[in-house]
Design a protein around this ligand. Structure first.
Ligand code: NAD
Length: 493
């Protein structure tokens, strides 16, 4: 797998490559070229040239490309989903779900002529008109994580392109094929060569993007330490940066909640995609006296989950790499050592797969306390921790004290409590009886606190804002009455 530079696969020989695995079999299925800083420079230069024309392509023609891309992606979504499953490991239905969520952002971007409309005021001063326009930034970089190899690039790429920018996309080196396949669809849809470049790589490529003078903005999604680094380095180099980071999402269950619904939700949101979602629920906060019943309900449901190859009838696939599986498994030991109650041990289980895949079954801890590593760290795997609290207030304080603020959910049948929660909780995305409150494309996606550095969330109108700059034009068409010298600051008259 190589880069896509100026509309064509790169033909050079990479000095460094990275392995790509099928996590369900443990087999190494390919190698991805890792870009040098020089190659990133070539991609940015080509993108910059393409931007100079693309920025002035009419909205009508841009929109035609977007609609064509939307149709192609819709027609080929199963192929893209299969690539996601082959390199990420998530089950096919889940992979298809992520492609569909990405598709929705492309659909939103089809409305770009309306979204880019400026304002106009006639006679702001006598015979003076003022209007605003939004213009593209230039070359923008998109750097994405392994866990949504199709969707996360699509949170940004369609909007950035629709706004008239050129994009250099750096997908995760762990599962680059989906992004490359989607980039091929853009070309097929009629996007001029160079407007979308794909460079594969690791820190070297990211650093080259963060420091390149012609990269004007960076959209990053990944873990918190890297997000913070990307934000600090990018802004220090004068770029506009939105850097979405990690998460530790809590689901608060009040005693009046429908406990069956809550147990279903905890299992779906805790173990879907093997817990490798930034919106996964990793902490269940049970307000007494319902914890025993909730833990029993969740345990029953976990016993029915099938873990195995994502192309088979599995509910949950493997983890992305062997190292990550081992790291997640190490938290099971750490939880036991810290004194949490291990209710379900994911290391014991049968996996429906051939070979030596990176599997770990779903794991449940009860009696978790906020000082334990299973609570403090983002594990990013199928490990759900139950924290028992005595009241709503205790649960809310726990959530608000957490350094992450990506998503949270409340389960209750009390409208007043739900209303209070949505007002008081310090988290960017809130679900009320919805365990994974992922905003739809026309709302914006993003957390608070250590889950997002920068002030713009992804997609929706904030995305359009992020990828454009405002300009205000004041105009007067001269006639003889406008003559004369006056050095005073102009007054509105
Ligand atoms: P990661 O931070 O390891 O990698 C993300 C990107 O940064 C990749 O493209 C990678 O090549 C690059 N990168 C890695 N290390 C780097 C370094 N030292 N310097 C510069 N670039 C570097 O994240 P990941 O493991 O691929 O993805 C999982 C993480 O992403 C989790 O923490 C998850 O919560 C987070 N995530 C957040 C959101 C969100 O919306 N907030 C969405 C999806 C994933």
């Amino acid at each position: 797998m190589t880069h896509l530079i100026d509309g064509r696969p790169w033909e050079g020989t990479a000095e460094r490559t990275g392995p790509v695995f099928n996590p369900a079999t443990g087999e190494r299925t390919g190698a991805v070229d890792l870009a040098s800083a020089e190659l990133v420079g070539a991609a940015v230069a080509s993108a910059h040239t393409a931007w100079r024309s693309w920025r002035n392509v009419s909205l009508a023609r841009r929109t035609r490309v977007l609609f064509a891309f939307r149709e192609l992606l819709h027609a080929r979504k199963d192929e893209i989903a299969a690539l996601v499953t082959a390199e990420h490991g998530k089950v096919l239905s889940d992979a298809l779900g992520e492609v569909t969520r990405g598709l929705e952002v492309a659909e939103f971007a089809c409305g770009i002529p309306h979204l880019l409309k400026g304002g106009f005021s006639e006679n702001a001063s006598t015979a003076v008109d003022v209007h605003s326009i939004r213009q593209s930034l230039g070359v923008v970089a998109v750097i994405s994580p392994f866990n949504f190899p199709a969707m996360v690039p699509m949170w940004f790429v369609p909007i950035a392109i629709a706004c008239g920018n050129a994009v250099v996309l750096k997908p995760s080196e762990k599962d680059p094929s989906a992004a490359l396949a989607v980039a091929a669809l853009w070309k097929e849809a009629g996007l001029p060569d160079g407007v979308l470049q794909v460079v594969n790589g690791d820190k070297e490529a990211v650093d080259a993007l963060l420091t390149h003078k012609d990269v004007k903005a960076v959209s990053f999604v990944g873990s918190t330490p890297v997000a913070r680094y990307v934000y600090e380095t990018g802004t220090a180099h004068g770029k506009r940066v939105q850097a979405l980071g990690g998460a530790k999402n809590h689901m608060l269950v009040l005693p009046d909640a429908d406990l069956d619904l809550a147990a279903d939700a905890a299992v779906n949101a805790g173990f879907g995609s093997a817990g490798e979602r930034c919106m996964a629920i990793s902490v269940l906060v049970a307000v007494e006296p319902v914890a025993d019943r909730l833990v029993a309900g969740i345990t029953d449901r976990m016993a029915r989950l099938r873990t195995g190859d994502g192309t088979r009838a599995s509910d949950m696939g493997p983890l992305v790499t062997r190292e990550h599986r081992d790291k997640v498994a190490s938290y099971i030991d750490a939880g036991v050592e810290a004194g949490a109650t291990l209710v379900v041990d994911g290391t014991k289980g049968d996996f429906d797969a051939d070979g030596d895949g990176f599997f770990l079954g779903p794991t449940l801890f009860d009696d978790v306390r906020p000082d334990m590593p299973v609570y403090t760290d983002e594990i990013f795997g199928p490990v759900l921790s139950v924290v028992r609290v005595a009241s709503y207030d205790e649960g809310l304080d726990l959530i608000n004290a957490n350094p992450y603020g990506n998503g949270t959910a409340l389960f209750t049948n009390d409208g007043g409590a739900a209303r209070r929660f949505q007002n008081e909780v310090e988290v960017g995305m809130v679900g009320i009886n919805v365990p994974i409150p992922v905003p739809v494309s026309y709302f914006s996606f993003g957390g608070w606190k250590n889950s997002l550095f920068g002030d713009s969330h992804a997609h929706g109108t904030e995305g359009v804002h992020f990828f454009t700059r405002g300009k205000v034009v004041t105009s007067r068409w001269l006639d003889p009455s406008h003559g004369g010298i006056n050095l005073g600051f102009p007054r509105n008259e």
